[in-house]
Design a protein around this ligand. Sequence first.
Ligand SMILES: [Zn+2]
Length: 407
Amino acid sequence: MSTCRVCDGDVVEFLDLGRQPLSDHFRSGPGLPGEFFYRLAVGVCGDCTMVQLMKEVPREKMFHEDYPYYSSGSSVMQKHFEDTARRFLKTELTGPDPFIVEIGSNDGVLLRTIHEAGVRHLGFEPSGKVADVARASGLRVHGDFFEEVSAIEVHESEGSADVVYGANTICHIPYLKSVFRGVDALLAPDGVFVFEDPYLGDILEKRSFDQIYDEHFFFFTARSVQAMAARFGFELIDAERLPVHGGEVRYTIARAGARRPSEALVRLIAEEDARGLSDLCRLHRFVADIHGIRDDLVGLLRRLKDEGKTVVAYGATAKSATVTNFCGIGPDLVAWVCDTTPAKQGRLTPGMHIPVRSPDAFATEAADYALLFAWNHAEEIMAKEQEFRRAGGQWILYVPEVHIAGA
Ligand SMILES: [Zn+2]
């Protein structure tokens, strides 16, 4: 049992994914000392229904100088953030001197569009190198973590924000109480706090257990976010399902009573209640699904190895750390993994130490099968790598079940 980070209720564990490394800790050699491991387990709060990790990894271990994830890396995500920025410019940032604050602004993929429109902005990004990329394109980025103290400082020097936004950030933050107090200090009376994160409803349905890793502390539903918002004097007024990153929801929160809840929110909450998303029996079924995937995937990889096939992987994602370490997939089953991030190339994946190579290797060295870890970008990747299939290669996917794509 642990204590809920939102409401202090009791959190009951339902899933144990075993010993896991830091999901973004790519190592330069296998014999190096000091690889950090922790037990990755998930529970649900009996009071507010928030699904969360049983234990947090210290944030400085994850979001540091060398944090290797760049939001602009995917053209689909780039367009997603441009569209989001344009929507804010049209609907929320319309006053005389509007101001938007982004929590976890990464390389500035959203703020760039805001900046080009001449609107005042500030990003919070403690991961040094990605923040420098944003600064280099003229964006204003604060190097601290967003929390009560830093938000109050910004409010004193810059005034109220019309929008506080976070994409794939808010679910990373165990100390959400401080974040909400910060939003309370910073947000204009009629402003909105908008965030989008992986949706528990999609994770259960797609059995995408690889959304669970050190950085993802919370797994939100509209129900749990509604309860959380109310606890801090706010109100959830809209929830919009998004197709990105394997299924997310964008939550819009306003000060209590300031705006009317949308029809879409009412519908989603009714749907969640009907599905029993945070019921323990539903969560236990998810656990059984995951064990089935592990057995099937390892069985398939062993069979292909016995048949003398070459198996590689595509996308050394943070998600893949959970899959490889939970299933015990190392270089004996997957020869190497290719990834477009230069900082990962030439290194070894966290925990299981699979060599990471550049996408050039994928283009030049024929493999029989490629395990697609970046399945959330499947369409984009398969379109780009058509030659692989033409040469006889086949994609292996593992959500919602283990299968060969197109087979
Ligand atoms: Zn709770």
